[in-house]
Design a protein around this ligand. Structure first.
Ligand code: SAH
Length: 359
């Protein structure tokens, strides 16, 4: 298997913010403006080698190559939906781990769902990404490269980004913040963070921390239950941060940032999808500026959870709306390539461990 280990004794230049990169260039005896030049090659033109940085002196390019590597990802597999053009990518990282990213095409533009970790340690019972635990967190460069790779492969600019792939973004907080700064910088990809959503299972301390960052993104909370009894059974994080504490942090976040919170609620038949659960949820969210996104659960074979009928799902939505809570049922994209989040990577890793790499 092809593996490039050149990165091992070098620094990751793509993970540096502009100020850090400028400082590093100055340390190498270069004028300050080199920082902006190199940054633009990496994040605006998105080249994959130092040789391509044609406005830099040749000797300096060599010096850069001796000290730094430019991260890149390779596409292991790409599935394209025949129904709506949704594309699911399995991407190889430099150390041979892999993650998933999904490109969804909407009328208003292209949206990419990216992973923030290899695996996850949050242990939600309905989720495929967490079955084999956490391997490691992604570097800022690796999250950026999920977007850069999809942009290059599809030939289309991405206008919306959602952090809803494999991993818990708040369990990789510092790298995610760096990633956000670089992604939104005018000298780089220049994505407005108004067009970015971050989804969390509810690490309350981090919600308070994010409220102070002034990044203006949309926060999505994976709630998935109307009470602590059900939530603690399906989401271990609830034992650490129960619903009341979580909702208090959400209210704080809204008051501080003025950004409406979105709640994700995966409907699992017989677990959390009765009308009485909808009523209980509505009572809890009353008075909050919130939106509930209902997701028919994606069955994961190791988990045994089932999705209810369309009727049940609509009855749940109606009950929420009757109590004044804004709720939508998530439109399913890429139904024909639908491996629930984390399943493509999981299948690949299982086959790889058996020595069968092709999918
Ligand atoms: N760790 C973060 C982001 C990744 S998961 C979080 O928990 O929010 C992205 C979303 O998919 C979360 O709302 C998660 O709860 C949900 N999800 C995971 N497995 C699912 C499944 N089998 N069916 C439906 N939604 C699922």
């Amino acid at each position: 298997m092809e593996q490039n280990n050149q990165w091992q004794d070098k620094q990751d230049i793509k993970s540096l913010e502009l100020a850090e990169l400028t400082e590093a260039m100055v340390q190498m005896g270069q004028p300050k403006f080199r920082g902006k030049q190199v940054y633009s090659w990496l994040h605006e033109k998105r080249v994959e080698s130092f040789e391509e940085m044609s406005n830099l002196p040749a000797a300096f390019r060599q010096q850069l190559a001796q000290n730094y590597y430019i991260n890149s990802l390779s596409i292991i597999r790409k599935l394209t939906s025949k129904i709506d053009g949704t594309q699911k990518y399995l991407l190889r990282l430099k150390d041979n781990n892999c993650v998933e990213a999904v490109l969804m095409k909407y009328k208003y533009g292209n949206s990419v769902c990216i992973s923030t970790q290899v695996g996850c340690r949050m242990g939600c019972k309905f989720c495929a990404s967490t079955l084999a635990g956490l391997v490691r967190s992604l570097e800022p460069s690796e999250m950026l490269d999920e977007i850069y790779t999809v942009t290059r492969d599809s030939g289309q600019r991405v206008s919306n980004v959602v952090l809803m792939g494999i991993g818990e973004p708040f369990d990789n907080y510092d790298n995610v913040m760096k990633f956000l700064h670089i992604l939104s910088s005018p000298e780089g990809y220049n994505l407005s963070l108004r067009h970015l959503s971050l989804s969390t299972c509810g690490l309350v301390d981090r919600i308070y921390q994010l409220a102070e960052e002034k990044v203006g993104l949309t926060l999505s909370i994976s709630l998935h239950a109307p009470n602590d009894e059900i939530r603690s059974q399906t989401m271990p994080i609830n034992k650490r941060y129960p619903i009341d504490e979580l909702l208090e942090a959400c209210r704080y976040y809204f008051n501080k940032t003025g950004r409406r919170i979105s709640f994700e609620y995966a409907l699992i038949e017989g677990v959390n999808d009765e009308v009485r659960h909808a009523n209980e949820l509505a009572d809890r969210l009353r008075g909050m500026s919130a939106h509930v996104n209902l997701i028919p659960v994606n069955p994961v074979k190791e988990r045994g959870f089932k999705r209810g009928s369309r009727q049940r799902i609509e009855a749940f939505q109606k009950a929420l709306e009757a109590r004044g809570v804004n709720a939508t049922i998530r439109r399913e994209l890429g139904a024909d390539i639908n491996a629930a989040c984390g399943q493509l990577r999981r299948e690949y890793d299982q086959q790889r461990s058996q020595g069968r790499e092709e999918l």
